[in-house]
Write a protein that binds this ligand. Structure first.
Ligand code: GLY
Length: 608
């Protein structure tokens, strides 16, 4: 654990940056005591005026019986998958920007410093809580299918899905929404100019950044596929094709040029003009579908979030065309009928009930979820308490129901490991929870010459053949078939929880189909098991998505528990990979408590 402090000119505020490098299972009680002492002395020494000595601001109440500590700040905070982008956003907050300004600046900066998922060529969802007016809104900047897209786009002559076409071709690219979405958010809810919020990202791309362990790891893990595309090879590897090593300086002049076009001309700098011309030229060269007209036609949609209640908490999350919010609320409704706390955190009984509710929700996902502008999604039924009560009847508390015996529910009358999330809170109490993606890490792995940007492969989130699994093994139905102008069904779930009417928690995760269950368990850890946000983040996770009939279990669930689960009929698979990677902030009594998920390298919480 390291603490870094920076005095501002005024001498009044302090930046406290504590990357949590505590690994989950290994921490010993004495180590924990030493860490507590380190935190206490660090806070007192470096952040004394802000954290300790102000009689009006006693230190925040953290449950010190837990083995994990959140990062603490007073005025503003960002939890991000990458350090440089977190620092960009925090600087914006300290310069007087609000949470939306900081979120937009962080979004553009991640496009430079976190190429596996930060992007200009993808899309996502931004959930905003506005302190003024005490309301929430959702900015949907999901990609759309090009006008030329057809339901059989990825089927070969025999009617089978051609996976290489679906995952790594120009046809796999949807019309990008990120630039339009970030600019929409800035213009409507931000307080700074494009010049101000984009300057740090442009500087990072132009001057270059020092390659971190995490970035080196990301380049290496996708090197084989990236090297197949000449432009990606030029962008992400040294001349001659060797990977950038830790400590090397990596510059992106083409990306800086693209960012400058956007900075000068706004959305026209991306969706029309020279950047658009370069995108469409690449599309034509690779038989892609996105045309100049598709780019010019791209529209952001502002939507009402999905809402639900769990005990005394209000949940606000992402509506269709994401399935995330609907199913988080649906599963919480089902689980509310049980005394989960009495079962015990990550006990066999608890995990069994989680798994059974996950199966029911993902079965419904396969039939009912799609773009609400194309298909009627029964959101109020799926998120209703009455429907949950009926679904609860289907759960046998002692025995797993085979997935083959579970069908999408009848309505009552009346989606790897990719994508990325960050959370922001400002001094006014505005909160932003943003998840955006290229779909796979590095998307289609195809870069557009002269722009420094990658093309997404979001079209793979459609049901290429209704009834058959997609890239994340998710089965989709007619509601998610490919249609021109339609948004592919997502699992992205930027989410907030409100307690006593006030924002209490902002979180979200990458992970494709595992996003929804990752967010669900983070919420339950905090709401039901009273964990601080660092402990809630660290707890071992499970995942079931109905089909295939497998309960994925992270390492950290005990062998005894696994045996009990298997005795109940759960088909347990102990994962070689971790599930999700949250970036969360809890707002507690005037304090900001942040946690980056240590399941992947490079995350950072910055606050002041
Ligand atoms: N591409 C991952 C998702 O939208 O869920």
């Amino acid at each position: 654990m390291r603490c870094k402090a920076k005095r501002l000119k005024s001498g009044l505020t302090v930046t406290l940056t504590i990357p949590l490098t505590i690994t989950t299972e290994t921490i010993h009680v004495n180590t924990f005591r030493r860490l507590l002492l380190a935190l206490a002395s660090c806070s007192a020494l470096l952040a004394g005026p802000a954290l300790c000595r102000d009689a009006d601001n006693p230190i925040p109440i953290i449950n010190f019986q837990q083995r994990f500590l959140p990062v603490v700040a007073r005025h503003g905070m960002i939890a991000s998958p990458e350090r440089l982008a977190a620092e960009v956003g925090t600087q914006i907050l300290q310069n007087g920007g609000n949470a939306v300004d900081a979120a937009v600046a962080t979004g553009f900066a991640l496009g430079v410093s976190y190429p596996r998922a930060g992007n200009l060529g993808g899309g996502g969802f931004m959930l905003i809580h506005l302190a003024e007016g005490d309301r929430q809104t959702l900015i949907d900047y999901r990609e759309t299918a090009p006008a030329a897209a057809r339901p059989d786009l990825f089927l070969d002559k025999k009617g089978e899905i051609d996976r290489s076409l679906e995952f790594f071709s120009h046809q796999s690219t949807g019309v990008p929404g990120t630039v339009a979405g970030l600019l929409y958010a800035l213009e409507k809810y931000g307080s700074m100019t494009r010049e101000q919020v984009m300057a740090p990202a442009i500087a990072l791309a132009e001057r270059g950044l020092t390659v971190s362990f995490a970035l080196n790891f990301e380049f290496n893990s996708r090197a084989e596929q990236l090297r197949k595309n000449p432009e990606a090879l030029r962008l992400y590897f040294k001349p001659g094709g060797a990977p950038y090593e830790v400590g090397d300086i990596w510059r992106q002049p083409d990306l800086a040029w693209t960012l400058r076009q956007i900075q000068k001309k706004g959305r026209d700098g991306f969706y029309t003009g020279e950047v658009a011309r370069r995108i469409t030229a690449e599309m034509e060269a690779g038989d892609g579908l996105v045309t100049a007209q598709d780019l010019a036609d791209y529209r952001v949609v502002e939507r009402q979030p999905v809402r639900g209640r769990f005990r005394g908490f209000e949940i606000v999350s992402t509506p269709p065309p994401s399935s995330g919010g609907v199913h988080i609320v649906q599963m919480l409704n089902i689980l509310e009928g049980y005394d989960l706390a009495a079962m015990g955190h990550n006990s066999a009984a608890y995990l069994h009930h989680l798994a059974e509710s996950m199966k029911l929700a993902y079965a419904d996902r396969s039939r009912y979820l799609g773009d609400p502008d194309f298909t009627e999604v029964p959101v109020s039924q799926l998120t209703g308490k009455a429907y949950a009560a009926r679904q609860r009847q289907l759960i046998n508390p002692d025995r797993a129901t085979p997935s083959a015996d579970i069908y999408p529910g009848k309505m009552l009358p009346g989606e790897s490991s990719d994508t990325t999330h960050y959370s922001v809170v400002d001094r006014h109490g505005n909160v932003v929870s943003n998840t955006y993606t290229l779909n796979f890490s590095f998307g289609s792995h195809i870069a557009v010459p002269g722009t420094g940007m990658l093309l997404n492969n979001e079209m793979a989130d459609f049901a290429a053949k209704p009834g058959q699994p997609n890239a994340f093994g998710l089965i989709g139905g007619e509601a998610n078939k490919i249609e021109p102008g339609k948004r592919p069904l997502s699992s992205m779930s930027p989410t907030m929880v409100f307690r006593d009417g006030k924002p209490w928690l902002a979180t979200g995760s990458p992970g494709g189909s595992q996003i929804i269950t990752t967010v669900l368990q983070t919420l339950l850890n905090a709401m039901e098991f009273d964990m601080n946000i660092a402990a809630a983040t660290a707890g071992a996770r499970v995942h079931h998505q109905w089909m295939p009939d497998k309960l994925l279990v992270e390492r950290g669930i005990s062998p005894d528990t696994i045996k009990l689960l298997e005795n109940m009929g759960q088909q347990v698979e102990i994962g070689n990979r971790t599930l999700g990677r949250t970036q969360s902030i809890m707002l507690d009594d005037g304090w900001l408590l942040g946690a980056t998920d240590t399941r992947r390298p490079g995350g950072w919480v910055a606050g002041y």
